[in-house]
Design a binder for this molecule. Structure first.
Ligand code: ATP
Ligand code: MG
Length: 176
């Protein structure tokens, strides 16, 4: 059986990792779809699809899980009614979708796909939004992502990028 797990992974965090480990117990293979793949360098979507794929592969390094996963970027089409078939045209076939996102659950259910919603893993702590806020405030975001992801974000200057794309050109920091 093959499962599909979809997210934006801005960034990939330990909540995602825990869900993925649970899915890996139920499925032989997992398709990890990186949504809003065209987005990057914005406060809500700081990382490119390629960087997000690197985060996921880096986090999957241990064990056989990596060999059982496909990581595939999916661009938005901004047309929810045909989004499921758009996604299906871009990924290997799958039997079950795992998601907690209400819109994603709704769209796959209406398309007749088997959808499972895994239990949330400390959602107050492990959320992309909370982690991006901590990055902005100089808080401890590193403990909320896999170690390899923290290293990658540091290597590519992710925190500085997020700070930069969140500033406006009326900021007094630039006198231009
Ligand atoms: P953002 O706040 O940027 O939306 P996110 O943490 O919701 O980030 P997504 O990439 O949007 O991350 O989520 C992908 C999938 O992972 C969604 O189905 C989401 O509900 C799920 N997910 C996110 N955090 C957790 C968590 N702590 N435990 C279980 N599932 C989670
Ligand atoms: Mg989300």
């Amino acid at each position: 059986m093959r499962g599909l797990y979809i997210g934006r992974f801005q960034p990939y965090h330990l909540g995602h990792q825990s869900v993925l480990l649970e899915i890996s117990k139920e499925m032989d293979e997992i398709v990890i779809a990186i949504g809003s793949a065209q987005e990057s360098h914005t406060p809500e979507n700081p990382f490119t699809a390629g960087e997000r794929a690197e985060m996921i592969y880096a986090a999957l390094e241990q064990g056989d899980l990596r060999n059982r996963c496909y990581v595939i970027p999916i661009q938005d089409i901004n047309r929810n009614s045909v989004w499921v078939s758009h996604l299906q045209s871009m990924v290997p076939s799958f039997d079950v979708v795992y998601s907690n996102n209400p819109l994603v659950v709704r769209l796959f259910s209406e398309a007749g796909v088997d959808v499972r919603s895994p239990p949330m893993y400390q959602r107050d702590l492990f959320s992309g939004t909370a982690i991006r806020n901590l990055m902005q405030k100089g808080g401890d975001w590193r403990s909320l992502v896999p170690g390899a992801v923290a290293s990658l974000i540091t290597r590519i200057g992710g925190v500085e990028r997020l700070a930069c794309v969140s500033r406006s050109d009326t900021s007094t920091q630039f006198i231009l």
